[in-house]
Design a protein around this ligand. Structure first.
Ligand code: G1P
Length: 288
């Protein structure tokens, strides 16, 4: 069985939900406390054993490339001022992982974004990380999924039960539970109306997929929102190959929404070593 070495990180979206903050900067670079959101996800990839990440970018996303590159002037400046802690922090980002970039020229959907990475991924199984989902867990979410991949030698999706009132914002699975938290997927549907949702099990933005998904996506017609949907591709995929769904352990933040972003900001600040205590007493002082 092939090890999962590579991952795709689609980052070509326009970030319209965060306008005007995203008018001239990518939403992936918005910070949670002091780290851009994309870095949390790339750290999860690294800590799960991923060696090479393919970031699918678009117009106006060059600050992502700069973030994962060496910044000679900044490093020189920090070094000459003796700010060695900061220097180490900055250096560790460019040393973290091999990154390739590929442009998605038109915003044709998640399925299309993944297809754009086809040549760099090649003929091997790979992971997908969506930046709007940030998972805080003791074992990285993707690592938990890799354990299932190794056991079942099959594709794995991250799942989470969500309130039915929210289900239409997600890809939803029909599945048979085979052990606590582990499901064998039977069918999938992208953003169904409530009354058509088969379960309350939503797909969260982490996937382990076989390279066979590429040829399927090449002939997947436009679906929900007029876009080529990964969920529609998976619906074909599951007809010939097993897919498992894992209700992972951990707290997931939907940082694609303003409320999820605020929740993550507050909770990460409370956990921060330097800020946590001060921030907690500030929140207590606020008479809510
Ligand atoms: C995407 C997927 C959807 C999945 C969701 C998870 O939707 O298309 O199937 O449930 O990510 O965050 P988006 O949130 O990009 O609209």
């Amino acid at each position: 069985m092939k090890k999962i070495r590579k991952a795709v990180f689609p980052a070509a979206g326009l970030g319209t939900r965060f306008l005007p903050a995203t008018k001239s900067q990518p939403k992936e670079m918005l910070p949670l406390v002091d780290k851009p959101m994309i870095q949390y996800v790339i750290e999860e990839a690294k800590n799960s054993g991923i060696e090479h990440i393919v970031i699918v970018t678009g117009r106006g996303k060059s600050s992502i490339e700069d973030h994962f590159d060496i910044s000679f002037e900044l490093e020189h400046n920090l070094e000459s001022k003796g700010k060695l802690d900061l220097l180490q922090k900055v250096r560790s980002i460019s040393d973290m992982i091999t990154v390739s970039y590929v442009r998605q020229k038109e915003p044709l959907g998640l399925g299309h974004a993944i297809l754009v990475a086809k040549d760099i991924i090649g003929n091997e199984p790979f992971a997908v990380f969506l930046g709007d989902d940030i998972v805080d867990s003791s074992v990285p979410c993707m690592k938990q999924m890799m354990m299932i991949y190794e056991e079942k030698e099959a594709s794995v999706l991250a799942l989470q039960k969500v309130p039915m009132s929210m289900i239409s914002s997600y890809g939803v699975v029909k599945a048979e539970q085979i052990s606590p938290g582990l499901h064998r997927i039977e069918d999938l549907v992208e953003k169904p109306p409530i009354e058509e949702a088969p379960t309350d099990l939503a797909i969260i933005g982490r996937y382990i997929l076989g390279p066979e998904i590429f040829s399927i996506l090449e002939s997947t017609p436009k679906g929900s929102g007029g876009e080529i949907q990964l969920t529609d591709g998976l619906r074909e995929y599951v007809k010939t190959r097993p897919i498992y769904g894992l209700e992972f352990e951990g707290r997931r933040y939907d940082t694609g929404s303003k409320i999820g972003y605020l929740e993550a900001t507050v909770e990460f600040a409370l956990k921060d070593q330097e800020l946590g205590e001060q921030f907690r007493s500030y929140l207590k002082r606020l008479k809510l």
